[in-house]
Design a protein around this ligand. Structure first.
Ligand code: AHG
Ligand code: MN
Ligand code: MN
Length: 335
């Protein structure tokens, strides 16, 4: 039954019956989904489309940009700038905010994105995705400025990601649970495959980059060490491990079958709070996880409560099955 519901119909029903989304937000989400279809096409062409490899440039975070990082960023901007629903955009791949040009009407929403998450997987045909977050421009501000984007994650009005894997699947929340839509390439539409996604509270699967173990803080070491002791250890059960090196794919697995994902602070770059970015990676993923009954912290506090200080702020991330996230957070706060 649910396979007959398109993203468009889902959004119309959210607007009509639940009152969750005004028409401008519905338009915005449709446009983001259309952009993701375009990115999915480019991803699928791979070497045949000349989209693999490096662009020989660096972003504001000092990371080497891949061609697809730049292509995905451009697709999202071109799709979104003219519709009248947005005031400005912010992206992992742009130093500062992109204000909608004067020739187009300005809307009341702000769109933030990681255009291509999991860049190291592009050239190996691995899982990658696009992560997005939507905020409302604060009423008071006339001209949109960077500080308008510095809102806690709990202020988000929509969040989601699109994963370009064996299937292209868009996962969305507008504050009414989590819904998943898979792209039907013959129809050209995202079709609903699951609603009210729920993450089990307990899990036997963790995701962390184990190669950083020697740089971790003691509570992280303790947690992973206890998992590794399996049935014979204090947890009394065996754990499995997964690490895709694309947050989008690790989060998708957790939404599908539970688990816990960690990218904590470590000693490699002690002055940075973590690797992942708060506004367009951690916040949208944390809201999706919470909406599916999971939890998300920076090892000490709820991620969605953090007041950001700057656009490209980084953060430690622990998210997924609630009881595990609470345990890891307890190990940190009880120190
Ligand atoms: P991006 O490709 O947008 O820079 O993000 C990559 C992130 C995240 O998706 C993933 O979990 C993590 O980096 C992987 O990092 P390591 O290569 O350090 O494992
Ligand atoms: Mn990313
Ligand atoms: Mn990225």
């Amino acid at each position: 039954m649910s396979s007959k519901i398109s993203l468009t119909r889902y959004l119309v029903e959210q607007q009509r019956s639940e009152g969750h989304i005004p028409s401008q937000l519905r338009l915005l989400l449709e446009v983001v989904a259309r952009a993701c279809k375009g990115i999915s096409q480019a991803v699928n062409k791979g070497a045949l489309g000349g989209v693999l490899g490096t662009a020989h440039s660096e972003n504001v975070q000092g990371e080497v940009q891949k061609k697809l990082d730049i292509i995905a960023n451009e697709v999202l901007i071109e799709a979104n700038e003219w519709g009248g629903h947005l005031a400005a955009m912010a992206s992992e791949e742009m130093d500062s905010i992109y204000v909608v040009p004067n020739r187009y009407p300005q809307g009341e929403y702000l769109l933030l994105f990681d255009p291509l998450d999991g860049s190291s997987n592009i050239d190996i045909n691995g899982g990658i995705g696009t992560i997005f977050s939507v905020l409302k421009k604060p009423e008071a501000s006339a001209e949109v400025e960077e500080k308008d984007f510095l809102q806690a994650g709990k202020q988000q009005v929509a969040a989601g990601y699109c994963i370009y894997g064996p299937q292209t699947t868009l996962v969305l929340t507008v504050g009414d649970g989590v819904a998943m839509f898979t792209l039907d390439r013959e129809q050209g539409s995202f079709m609903l495959i699951e609603e009210n996604v729920q993450i089990p509270r307990d899990t036997q699967e963790f995701a962390i980059n184990m190669s950083n173990m020697r740089h971790w803080d003691a509570p992280v070491k303790r947690y992973i060490d206890e998992c590794l002791q399996g049935k014979e250890g204090p947890r009394g059960k065996d754990f499995n491990m997964r690490w895709v090196a694309a947050m989008v794919a690790d989060v998708h697995r957790i939404l599908s079958r539970g688990g816990v994902f960690m990218y904590p602070w470590d000693r490699r770059e002690p002055d940075k709070p973590g690797k992942l970015r708060l506004l367009y990676e951690a916040n949208p993923m944390s809201w999706l996880i919470e909406q599916a009954g999971g939890a998300a912290t920076n090892t000490r506090q709820r991620i969605l409560d953090i007041e950001p200080g700057k656009l490209h702020e980084r953060v430690s991330v622990v998210l997924g099955s609630k009881n595990e996230v609470e345990r890891i957070t307890r190990y940190h706060t009880a120190q």
